[in-house]
Design a protein around this ligand. Structure first.
Ligand code: GRA
Length: 385
């Protein structure tokens, strides 16, 4: 067992930390307050190669793996939970799925532009009546002549209103049950596509939208994989995007701990630093131990993927679940330690608190991950398949 990171991984983590300190942290509260989506920062990250680490060089990537990306995602997530989402929209939910299931033509057409962020991506699974229950989605892509006609409505889609391309899951044949679902690469500038931004508690500098598809004509080569591969592509893609969520959660939890430690060492009450009080020490001790557990689970899941186990749903659920619980605990603890300074919008802890909740909701809620784990433990359904 080797817990060390290699030089390349350490250098990438360091570079992302530096980028976060200079390009994100000084502005993140203002962006959040103004609901501003800093697409120029995402494009810079693309140019720096942040999104191409699991992608072979022939498609513009660096092929250094998913653990390297996880380390960078953690650092970016420490600065902004909103910008962290770009690892999913540019790489894990889109480029990586096209790499695994696309034709040579599709790979060359879409992957380089997604990982360089020349084109902004999004992936559209969720619908008003299909959240945890993915196969309940209603969007259809009916075969028509040489292509398909897409109709339906998606909900809670990150970056949709700014996206150039979307990976959309829809039924080509409703009668065929889960075998009737397919995945489509959709040009978001096509006629019949419209979006509407939704307001939300946190991650306010990352747009989240509804998408409406009204008789959108899709060419034959919009189909990713084979007809009927939608469920397989969707769940295997979610198994990669959950990595970004887990590492983003670890990063934000670390930001909460950093803010709490700084405050404990600065603030004095009753004649001593507040870090001297055991009730605060109890919180700091718990935060640090929980973050380290979540981090190790997340790195292990990433490492397994780099060894070829992209279907590690069980280990991914451990990591995503624990990271979500940890960041929520840490945000709440930081708020307790900072008191009014945490509650004030002048300091980032209020933003951390609002953003932290997201990690128990997206990419499979905490309950969904507990269910995946429990069904596996009980022997009812194996998680890794
Ligand atoms: O038997 P079958 O041939 O019909 O196949 C079923 C099942 O075997 C079918 O899907 C198959 N399947 C899988 N196949 C491969 C299920 N899980 C997997 C898998 N891991 N690999 C339909 O199954 P079902 O009966 O509907 O579901 P289930 O098997 O009971 O699984 C349910 C479950 C709850 C686990 C699943 O639906 C699930 O994971 N739901 C959570 C959905 C989710 O994570 N949504 C996230 C949306 S995207 C998002 O949050 C973006 C955020 C952006 C950001 O901030 O990062």
């Amino acid at each position: 067992m080797d817990f060390g990171l290699n030089e390349e991984q350490l250098a990438m983590k360091e570079a992302a930390r530096d980028f976060t300190e200079k390009e994100i942290i000084p502005y993140a509260d203002k962006w959040d307050e103004e609901h501003y989506f800093p697409v120029e920062v995402i494009k810079k990250m693309g140019e720096l190669g942040y999104f191409g680490t699991p992608i072979p060089e022939e498609y513009g990537g660096t092929d250094v793996g998913l653990l390297a990306q996880t380390l960078m995602c953690e650092e970016i997530g420490r600065g902004s939970a909103s910008i962290r989402v770009a690892f999913n929209t540019q790489c894990l939910g889109n480029a990586l799925s096209i790499l695994r299931y696309g034709t040579e033509e599709q790979k060359h057409k879409w992957i380089p532009d997604l990982i360089s962020a020349a084109k902004i991506g999004c992936f559209a699974i969720t619908e008003p009546n299909a959240g945890s229950d993915v196969v309940a989605l209603k969007t259809t892509a009916k075969p028509n002549g040489d292509g398909f006609i897409l109709n339906g409505c998606k909900n809670w889609i990150s970056f949709a209103s700014r996206a150039d391309v979307a990976l959309v899951y829809a039924y080509h044949d409703r009668e065929a049950g889960s075998k009737g679902m397919s995945a489509f690469i959709v040009d978001m500038h096509s006629e019949g596509v419209s979006t509407n931004d939704l307001d939300k508690l946190g991650t306010r500098s990352s747009p989240t939208s509804e998408i409406f598809f009204e008789d959108v004509r899709l060419p034959k080569d919009a189909l990713l994989g084979k007809l009927g591969d939608g469920v397989k592509i969707c769940f295997s893609s979610l198994n990669q995007t959950r990595l970004c969520c887990a590492s983003g959660g670890v990063g934000l939890a670390q930001a909460c701990l950093d803010a709490a430690v700084k405050y404990c060492n600065e603030r004095e009450q009753f004649g001593k630093q507040v870090g001297q009080f055991q009730m605060n020490q109890e919180l700091i001790g718990q935060m640090a131990a929980r973050i380290e557990s979540a981090r190790l689970l997340t790195y292990r899941a990433a490492w397994q993927k780099d060894q070829g186990s992209l279907g590690n749903t069980l280990e991914m659920s451990y990591a995503k679940y624990i990271a979500g619980e940890t960041v929520s605990f840490c945000a709440h603890s930081a708020m307790k330690i900072l008191g009014a300074y945490g509650y004030s919008t002048e300091y980032p802890v209020a933003r951390y608190y609002r953003d932290a909740v997201l990690y128990q909701i997206v990419e499979g809620t905490a309950n969904i991950h507990k269910m995946i784990i429990a069904l596996d433990q009980l022997g009812y359904r194996k998680a890794n398949r």
